[in-house]
Design a protein around this ligand. Sequence first.
Ligand code: ADP
Length: 529
Amino acid sequence: MGMGNAPVLILREGTKRDKGKDAQFNNITAARTIADAVRSSLGPRGMDKMLVDSIGDVVITNDGVTILKEMDVQHPAAKMLVEVAKTQDQEVGDGTTTSVIIAGELLKKSLDLIDSNVHPTIIAAGYRLANEKAQEILKGVAKKVSLQDEALLEQIAETSMISKQVNSSKKFFAKMVVDAVKTILDKDENGKYTADLKNIQTVKKAGANMEESELVKGLIIDKEPVSPTMPKLVKNAKIALIDAAFEVKKPEIDAKIQITDPEMLSKFIAEEEKTLKDMVDAVKKAGANVVFCQKGIDDLAQHFFAKEGIYACRRVKKSDMERLGKSTNASIVSKISELNADDLGTAETVELKFVGDEQMTFITGCKDPKTVSILVRGGTNHVADEVERSLVDAWSVVKVSIEDGMIVTGGGSTAMELAMGVRDYAASVGGREQIAIEAFASAMEIIPTTLAENAGLDPINMVIEMRKQHKAGKKYAGINPFTGKVEDMMDLNVIEPIRIGQQAISSATDAAVMILRIDDVIASKSAPA
Ligand code: ADP
């Protein structure tokens, strides 16, 4: 191979490649498109999005992460912003729109800096410093919250629901959610509270007003007993969980049995009957008065169960079986003849109840009291779905507030404190990073700006007014989208867990830094042309 001036070809000719400023510009533009897509949904006056997939299924939501998950995002840098929302959702459960908007704004500001020849690594370094400062300021403005502050915890739940369809029933749901989280609370060895949200289950049923939703301290299984002659209520329930069919095994191959006389026929039937009777007897002998079976129950077995007064459900979902096992302390048994008293679970009551015109099984007073279920109602399936999503957000913020014990005020008030604090800090850093830190500070103002925009207010006037009040020491001054004025968010009870801000700012910073550091985008082998 010659060593002349001919370029050495490493990449196949025609490989898609963006370099330097082009790469940065394209990445940032793609990421910002994502942020812009969710902007109009932020806050109590934010709008909902209707997402329609290729087969015409519709999701209507205001929830940032749901919007992004449903959107068909292609660009790699844009996907990173979707990741920010997902992380926020996993770590906090709320604030997904906020996190994406902040990331988008950090990137937008960085584009201006790149244009004026500030190197991306300097911007990245400045953003990192600013993030650390912001975290410190957040802790400084936060207030303590304890488990006893029930009213405050309910307010936190309400704040997360203001921008959602459940807004009109937020008081009703806030009480329910706080009650639910308190019920599942655990204390670790250091005396710290933890709540495992897997212990809250929802069962959705359309066809009723949202406020007919119900909290059940126990489990709801969407099943009714196999026979109407079975009891509707069992007290002191002894529960058997069976992962086998109460049926006589049919031969694998089609077998023909020649029956030559009536005696043989009745003997044959009697044998089948005995097998089924033995199965039911095994359950009875173990002491069970309730059976949840993951497989089928033959008609004859149904009849025997009913005769014994045993409450039996069939084809129960595997996930429900597992939940039942955990909360009633029962073992799932796959050989009916081996069932014994130790395998049974217990609950105070197992009851068949009407939900609309359907019936479901309610299991209350479980061995493990840390299980709750919420029966979610809504006029239509779409409404019930959105109620459920709002409840998930609400119980998440209550959980993290109890776990962290710290809250901050919303309405852009905390963002404004961050903007001012970080701006002051920039001056003390000096050098070229200072410009990046200042950009970070201004990026924080995107929250009050967007809240104002979405409420149809003049964002510039609102932000100027907020700056004035914060300078005068009013650190809770934020935007009231309903009156169009700058007001005290603490007085208005617009409060949220500190973790929303902590996580949103740090993952937004991470994403922005990561995108900024890329200066070469090369289509790899398997990438689509
Ligand atoms: P996210 O997905 O980020 O939680 P939301 O659409 O739920 O987005 O909006 C949250 C934002 O709305 C937060 O900045 C919060 O402080 C603000 N907010 C919520 N309720 C109010 C209110 N009553 N007054 C002012 N701001 C509010």
